[in-house]
Design a protein around this ligand. Structure first.
Ligand code: GDP
Length: 460
């Protein structure tokens, strides 16, 4: 129900400088009038209180008990997050003052908001479309600068605009085709060629967005890169160097990294889960063999392998065997410890890198690590589209919708090319149109909307 007034604590629970209790709905100001005592006794609700901050106290109206000293932010409809009257009490950031402020608001007739209900209202009141609502979660959960940038651009409406323009072209085309259903005699072969041309153009745009999805997914979710190689070649040292802090234990006894150490790093804006694996050598030590098995599992799942070779020892038989085991994996070969051998000495000559890049690095001095970052970035995006403006699809839901839309468009194209009657073309075009609308929410069902807002936290 949209006519009631909702309230929730909008900041995480725990101690903090401030914490916010938010109210939204037609009675927000009325409730605030009852529970807020302005310090100067000012009648803040008179005139136009929107976009102002008032200093005072929250109190329990019946007993007059002061709960907290607050700043009250007031945003009048429709210029607020929900397009309703909104009041935010900036309390001191402790659980008790926040909870008591909330309880007082509830006692005055507000209802506790469900998770995501503020954003849901923003959507239902036309303040945000679904893409923008989802971008808010992406901003909150962003793992890297690039992921944040993408989400902010989606919140600004760049992606919505792109979808809107495709939808407009589709609407116009559908109208043309539907007009011909009633007057088929007016439909001449040139018209058919035009329809085909327009359809191909729309398909291209949808196809481009789909192809951007893989890259968008990488920025959002990241990849798993596994550091592999014989014991003592410098895997843990490399992990530490990439993390720029000591985490894995570096030792001079082979085979001591017994378990997998996983860390998240940000390389060129790409979130990368880095796993340092135990040495992959055969072993009788039961604990070490568990590590070896885990390493193999991690390798199996990895998107990229950083295969470390000891430059001092050169490419050994053991390295060769290990490499054979990961033939099909995307990998970068790293000749480590070049601070000892000097760069360009090329024991690399002996290693069968195949298509994989070979880099000379030193985990100890950091030499070659910048080039490694560049190479990782290049390999991760290899064969994928170049950064295509801000229209990257980073959300699985969007990608699936675009794929379904593409399917219907292809069916429509086939119908046009085979000269099937216009009403059959229209069926497919209409299906594509309805499907596309699910992205922004213009044609989304209640279930879809529910499932999206269920991902939000309370108070958002
Ligand atoms: P791991 O078993 O593959 O994880 O190897 P570690 O990272 O534990 O390193 C084994 C030994 O090689 C340690 O003594 C490190 O200090 C040393 N080491 C690792 N990388 C380098 C490097 O780039 N240069 C030099 N000189 N020593 C290194």
């Amino acid at each position: 129900m949209l006519s009631d007034t909702i309230a929730a604590i909008s900041t995480p629970l725990g101690e903090g400088g401030i914490g916010i209790v938010r109210l939204s709905g037609p009675r927000a100001f009325d409730i605030a009038r009852r529970v807020f005592i302005p310090a100067g006794g000012k009648e803040w609700w008179k005139g136009n209180p929107g976009y102002r901050l008032f200093y005072g106290y929250v109190s329990e109206p019946k007993s007059g008990e002061i709960i907290d000293e607050v700043l009250m932010g007031v945003m009048a409809a429709p210029k607020s997050y929900t397009k309703e009257d909104v009041v935010e009490f900036n309390c001191h950031g402790g659980f008790i003052p926040l909870r008591k402020t909330l309880e007082t608001a509830l006692a005055q007739g507000a209802r506790l908001a469900e998770p995501g209900e503020f954003s849901r209202r923003a959507f239902l009141n036309g303040r945000l479309d679904l893409i923008q609502a989802e971008a808010i979660i992406d901003i909150i959960r962003a793992k890297t600068d690039a992921g944040l940038k993408l989400a902010v651009s989606q919140l600004k409406g760049d992606f919505s605009c792109k979808i809107g323009s495709i939808q407009k072209e589709l609407t116009a085309l559908l109208a043309e085709v539907e007009a011909c259903i009633d007057f088929p005699e007016d439909y001449i072969p040139e018209d058919r060629a035009k329809t085909r041309g327009k359809l191909v153009k729309i398909l291209d745009q949808v196809g481009f967005l789909i192809s951007s999805a893989e890259k968008g997914k990488i920025y959002r979710e990241g990849i798993l890169a596994v550091i592999a190689g014989r014991p003592n070649v410098g895997k843990s040292s490399l992990l530490n160097a990439l993390l720029k802090e000591k985490r894995a234990i570096v030792t001079e006894i082979p085979g001591t990294t017994r378990d997998i150490i996983e860390e998240a790093v940000n390389i060129k804006g790409i979130p990368i889960k880095l796993a340092d694996t135990a040495g992959l050598r055969p072993t009788d030590d039961p604990i070490e063999s568990i590590g070896v098995q885990r390493s193999r599992d991690a390798l199996e799942l990895s998107d990229l392998v950083l295969f470390v070779i000891d430059a001092v020892q050169g490419f050994t038989k053991e390295d060769e065997e290990l490499l054979e085991g990961i033939q099909d994996k995307k990998k970068i070969l790293l000749l480590n410890k070049i601070d000892l051998t000097g760069a360009g000495r090329g024991p690399a000559a002996g290693c069968p890198a195949g298509e994989s890049p070979v880099l000379e690095i030193s985990a100890k001095t950091g030499a070659g690590l910048e080039e490694l970052s560049d190479t990782i970035e290049r390999m991760v995006f290899e064969g994928k589209i170049e950064p295509g403006g801000n229209y990257l699809v980073s959300n699985v839901r969007h990608r699936d919708i675009l794929r379904r839309c593409e399917y219907h468009l292809k069916e429509a194209l086939q119908a046009v090319e085979e000269g099937l009657p216009e009403d059959l073309q229209a069926v497919d075009l209409r299906a594509a149109w309805v499907t596309l609308g699910e992205i922004t929410g213009s044609t989304a069902t209640e279930e879809i909307i529910d499932s999206i807002f269920a991902n939000f936290c309370i108070g958002k």
